[in-house]
Every structure is written in structure tokens, then in C-alpha cells.
Design a protein around this ligand. Structure first.
Ligand code: SAH
Length: 293
């Protein structure tokens, strides 16, 4: 049994409360803190928020959004009278204090995070002070920019017999990397690497891939503002060329770097196809229609 305030409140993580028809119903009963929902806003396209996330915005009494990364359009569904605050100039303590204060006044408070809240989102740092204050929290997942970048470029992170694993990582900037997680060590797996927060550190990406034995001509993909309407840009290059290509394109922020043996497979004449759809493969929902080769 969990003793966390969220579990004790009985509502966090459950179905969204009924839609508020008037601003007054957005207000929590006195002394009952509302729930702070950490909602993944998705990668940029406002249509890529989940139905659940959008529903919460529609009934939010207050929304704190990460203005430097979240498309402000995501707040377009907020009800009249909703308090909307951009967190880009706030410290973590200020954000926590604001959320606690809003939860005292409203039944539904939303913290809108870019992509999915579980990735590089300072989620736990914000949840801890809310736990300490007895404010229930819940998380709604979002479409990560890693997935939106694959979609933008029509790429697959996994291909049969080539790679079946994906690593989400970053290179060391001001945040140190834990031991064993430097890019060269991870790249030795030769699987798909989604490298966040590293567009200004492409020299380190290049060095890490080379150190792990990736050849000069291994493909590397950069997607800037994946899914942002009218702003998305795709740069394709190799270990040897990607840095210069991004420089030429002037891409210096909000970009995903993907290194993978699967890149460009749309153009390959020979693919090892998935067993699941192979006519000689029997599984729970389909009998083989031809004998195995
Ligand atoms: N939680 C987010 C990641 C936040 S860290 C997620 O799941 O996507 C911020 C980093 O995410 C940026 O430095 C960039 O590497 C990446 N990023 C965020 N939005 C992006 C977008 N629309 N296109 C490409 N990369 C993006």
C-alpha cells in the first residue's frame, strides 16, 4: 500500500474529473488541495497532445507552461479565467510555490511539459515539494520529440536483425554524465541513439561515435522543431558531415540528433522483413499460409 499523498487523495491518476461548466466549479473546496497534473504537451504541434491532456487543459484553473519549449498554442483550450503562467523566468522553488498556491485554489492545475514529462523534464524535482506539501500529483504522458523526429523523417528506430534497441541520451554539457554513460560507451552497442540537448555539442557527438568505431559515412539525422507547424527542419548527414550541415542550416537549438544503422532504410532495396507479417510465420492471431523456407 502506498502512503503517498497522491494515493491517499484517491483521484490523482484516475479519470479526468467532469468538465467544468463555469469558472467557479474549477475551484477546489476549502482545505482540499486540487491535483497538479504534469501533462506532456507533445513535441510542438498542438494536435499532438493526448486527448486526456487536452481535456485537463480544458478544465484547468491554472496552467504553468515551459514557454521556452512548449508551443503556447497548447494553452489555446484553456477555459476563460484560467490563470496561465510561463515558467521560463522562474526557479524551481518559485514554480513549486506557484503550483502549491494554485492547487489551494483550483481543483485542476496543469504543469505543461514539452514532449513526455519523464524525459529531461525535472519532473521529480517538482513532484517532491508537492508531495511534501500534501498536494496530489499525476502524470499524463506525451509524445516525445524523439518519436516526432522519427515521424518527421519517416524513419524507424528498429529494424529486424539490424537493431532492436533504442537509447535516449545526451552528451555532457553543464550537466555531467554518470559513469559508463558517455556517448562512446553507449554507441558501442550500435543500436539507435536519440541524442537530446546536444545540438550545440555536435563535436562531442562526432567524437563519441568515432571513438565507438562508427565510420565517417554512418548516417546521422538532425530534426529541428519536429512537428512545429511551418518550422520543422530536417538535416541529413553523416558522422563526418552533420556538424557542418547543421552549421550551414543555422540550427543551434531545439533539435534531436539521431544516429542509427536504420537511417535511410526507406531507400534500401533489400530489407530483412518483420517475422510477424511473414506468410510462413504462425502466431496467436494468424496461421502460416506457406511452409517455412
Ligand atoms: N521531454 C522532452 C525533452 C526535453 S529536453 C521530450 O520528451 O521530447 C529538450 C530537448 O528535447 C531539446 O534540447 C531537443 O534535443 C529535444 N526537443 C524538444 N522538442 C523538440 C522538437 N520539437 N524537435 C526536436 N527536438 C526537440
Amino acid at each position: 500500500m502506498s502512503a503517498s499523498p497522491a494515493a491517499a487523495s484517491g483521484d490523482a491518476g484516475g479519470p479526468i474529473p467532469p468538465a467544468a461548466s463555469a469558472p467557479s466549479t474549477l475551484t477546489a473546496a476549502p482545505h482540499t488541495p486540487g491535483t497538479v497534473w504534469f501533462v506532456g504537451a507533445g513535441p510542438g504541434d498542438p494536435e499532438l497532445i493526448t486527448v486526456k491532456g487536452r481535456g485537463l487543459i480544458e478544465r484547468a484553473g491554472a496552467i504553468l507552461f515551459a514557454g521556452s519549449l512548449v508551443n503556447e498554442a497548447a494553452t489555446r483550450w484553456a477555459p476563460a479565467g484560467c490563470e496561465i503562467r510561463d515558467s521560463k523566468d522562474m526557479t524551481l522553488d518559485e514554480m513549486a510555490a506557484w503550483l502549491i498556491e494554485q492547487a489551494a485554489r483550483h481543483a485542476t492545475v496543469v504543469r505543461l511539459q514539452t514532449g513526455d514529462p519523464a524525459l529531461y523534464g525535472a519532473l521529480i524535482e517538482l513532484v517532491q515539494p508537492l508531495d511534501a506539501a500534501g498536494v496530489p500529483v499525476a502524470v499524463v504522458p506525451g509524445v516525445s520529440s524523439a518519436m516526432a523526429s522519427a515521424a518527421a523523417a519517416v524513419e524507424s528506430f528498429t529494424l529486424p536483425e539490424l537493431t532492436q534497441s533504442v537509447i535516449f541520451t545526451r552528451v555532457e554539457g553543464r550537466t555531467p554524465m554518470p559513469e559508463g554513460e558517455d556517448l562512446a560507451a553507449l554507441a558501442r552497442h550500435r543500436c539507435t541513439l536519440c541524442i537530446f540537448l546536444s545540438i550545440t555539442l555536435l563535436h562531442k557527438v562526432e567524437a563519441g561515435l568515432r571513438e565507438a568505431g562508427w565510420p565517417d559515412e554512418a548516417p546521422v539525422l538532425v530534426v529541428h522543431k519536429a512537428s512545429w507547424p511551418g518550422e520543422e527542419r530536417i538535416v541529413r548527414g553523416t558522422v563526418a558531415t552533420i556538424k557542418q550541415r547543421c552549421r550551414d542550416a543555422g540550427i543551434v537549438s531545439q533539435a534531436m540528433v539521431i544516429a542509427s544503422p536504420t537511417l535511410g532504410s526507406r531507400q534500401w532495396p533489400e530489407l530483412t522483413k518483420s517475422k510477424l507479417y511473414d506468410p510462413s510465420f504462425t502466431h496467436r492471431f494468424r496461421r502460416a499460409s506457406v511452409p517455412a523456407a
